[in-house]
Structures are given as C-alpha cells and as structure tokens.
Design a protein around this ligand. Structure first.
Ligand code: HEC
Length: 301
C-alpha cells in the first residue's frame, strides 16, 4: 500500500515518545474512569458490580416505592397492625402531603406506634417526633436530576471528544488497518458518545434504555482499545508483531482479495445512499401533486 503519510513506525522517536506518553496517560485515565463507574453507579443497587439495575437506579431512580413503604413491608412490619400500615402507605402514595399528615391521622399512628423507638434519644435510627424527620424516607427516588444530567452531558461531550480527537489523530497514521476500518474505528467513538449521552436522558424517561447505556459505553471502549493497541504496536513492535508475529497473518487476511465485512457494509451503505435521491424526489413530487394543493385549498376557504 502506498500511503500519502509517514506511517507510525517511521515517525521520529521524539514524536513517538510524545504519542506514547499521551496514549499511556489517557489509557490510565480510562482505567480510573472505569473504577469510578464501578464505585458510584456500580453501588447504586447496594451490590458490588455493574448491572442493569445500577443504571436504572442511577438515571431513572428506584420507583418501586419509598424507603418508608419498603420498611413497613419489611423489618417494621410487626410494629403496626395491617390497617394502620396500609393507611400510612396510602398517604405516601397520595404524595405524602404535610397537611394530610395531621388530618388523615397519620401523625397519631406514627406517634403511638413508632416514636417509642424513633425518638430524639434513640441513636442510629431516625427520629419521627417531628414531620421533618420522616421527610427523607417518603421522598420518591427519581434518579439523576435534570441539572446533573445537563452538567455531566456537556462535560462528557467536550472532554471525551478531545480524547478521541487525539487518539484518532495518532491512529490515523496507522498502516496495518485498511482505510475503511480506520474510518469506522475513528468515527465510531463519536457516534457512541452521542448515543451514550442520549441514552442517559432516555433512561431517565424509561428504564428500558439502560441497555443502550451499556451498549454505547462498550462500543466506545472497544474502539478506544483497538486504536490504542494498534498505534502502540505499530510504533514500537512493528517487526516482531506484524512481520514475524501473529500480525503477519492479520495482514495476509487483510490483503486477501475476498470482500471483507467492511466491504460488505460499505456496499450496503452505498446502495442505501443511492436510494436517497430517488426517494426524496418521489416524496417532493407527491407533496407538490397531492399535499400542497390540499393546503392551498384550505387557505382559499
Ligand atoms: C421496637 C422499636 C421500633 C419501632 C416500634 C419502630 N421502629 Fe423503625 N426502626 C427500628 C430500628 C432498630 C431500625 C434500624 C434497623 C432497620 O432498618 O431495620 C429502624 C429503622 C426504620 C426505618 C429505616 C431508617 C433508615 O435509616 O433506613 C424506617 C423508615 C422505620 N424504621 C420506620 C418505622 C415506622 C414507620 C414505625 C412505626 C410503624 C417504626 N419504624 C417503628 C426500630 C423500631
């Protein structure tokens, strides 16, 4: 392959050191980011390790009920008769209004059934002598707030696009990957970055989209890893890997005349793109012939 640029392996050593320093620092940053995700989002459902529930709780919130309801069905079950517990839960479901607290007799139930333990003298458990003490336990958990999502969204978009700018720029000097795959690897992180951030907002609306958060995050990680490993190997280990090592088989496979997966995807995209113009012409024609006269006749009336 005749390239129009100096491939990574032929770069001056100072440039290689610069690129390698950057890649290693960003790679380490990625590792810390993953650890942080594990410890913040990963703990959202109270269990270690990242799961779909974690994502749902982080963005959508745990809407299966308030802590008070869970406790009244759980470890506090025996502290009040069925009827009274039901009354409290009804009041919580109805919005836990402060005025209704007194009027519906909830205060009386709490005072007679709960305050014997949940009072100011008790240590380690909340006091329910005042309405204020109950508040944290009757709040619906709605996950990430609008404010926090806007903040994290723009920080991620600005910051991560810069990381992929330079990782992609370095990788664009790679010579072992075909132009098609390079375009995919360089473009993919941006696509997944936007998909990832959109999926946070979508998960806030519906928990189903938690899958998209994980899928987009993995897509970003895979393209990062691919560009990172290829760049480092080409700069420092070209001969042992791509000439003498396992990479030589990869190059054989790359140069084989059979159509690669990328070629096939490319062909599909091209066919689809070639349909865009006729399709839009058709839509415009239909609109001019059928849609527009109807609107015009409305205005005439
Ligand atoms: C016999 C003493 C006792 C009574 C009566 C009692 N509680 Fe508790 N409550 C505790 C203890 C001890 C804990 C902490 C252990 C636990 O969470 O199970 C607790 C925990 C709680 C919590 C969770 C607090 C947290 O920080 O997560 C809530 C909510 C709660 N109780 C509500 C009630 C309500 C409502 C009543 C009245 C129907 C009630 N409790 C009656 C002893 C009591």
């Amino acid at each position: 392959m005749i390239s129009k640029f100096a491939p990574l392996k032929d770069l001056d050593t100072p440039i290689k050191v610069l690129f390698t320093g950057y890649l290693c620092t960003v790679g380490l940053g990625y590792v810390f980011a993953l650890i942080q995700i594990l410890f913040t989002h990963g703990m959202a459902d109270g269990k270690f390790g990242l799961s779909i529930d974690d994502i749902v709780y982080s963005y959508y919130g745990n809407r299966s009920g308030t802590v008070l309801e869970q406790k009244l069905n759980g470890s506090m079950k025996n502290n009040a008769p069925e009827q009274e517990r039901f009354k409290i839960m009804e009041w919580v479901r109805a919005g836990a209004d402060k005025d209704d607290y007194k009027d519906d007799g909830i205060e009386k139930i709490i005072q007679t059934r709960c305050v014997m333990c949940h009072n100011k003298e008790a240590s380690g458990i909340p006091s329910f002598t005042e309405f204020e003490g109950l508040k944290p336990y009757i709040a619906q958990d709605e996950g990430a707030t609008f404010a926090s999502l806007t903040r994290v969204s723009h920080v991620h978009m600005f910051g991560i696009s810069f990381i992929f700018m330079f990782v992609g720029l370095i990788f664009s000097f790679a010579e072992t990957t075909t132009t098609q795959y390079k375009c995919i690897a360089i473009g993919m992180p941006y696509f997944f970055l936007v998909a990832d951030i959109m999926s946070w907002w979508l998960t806030k609306i519906h928990p189903w989209f938690a899958w998209l958060v994980i899928f987009a995050g993995m897509g970003m990680g895979v393209s990062f890893l691919f560009m990172w490993v290829t760049s480092i190997l080409e700069m420092w280990l070209f001969k042992p890997v791509f000439i003498d090592g396992f990479g030589s088989r990869y190059l054989e496979w790359r140069d084989s005349p059979e159509a690669s997966v990328a070629d096939r995807i490319w062909a599909i995209i091209k066919t689809l793109a070639s349909q865009v113009k006729p399709a839009s012409d058709y839509v415009v024609k239909q609109w001019l012939n059928h849609g527009w006269p109807i609107i015009k006749s409305w205005f005439k009336k």
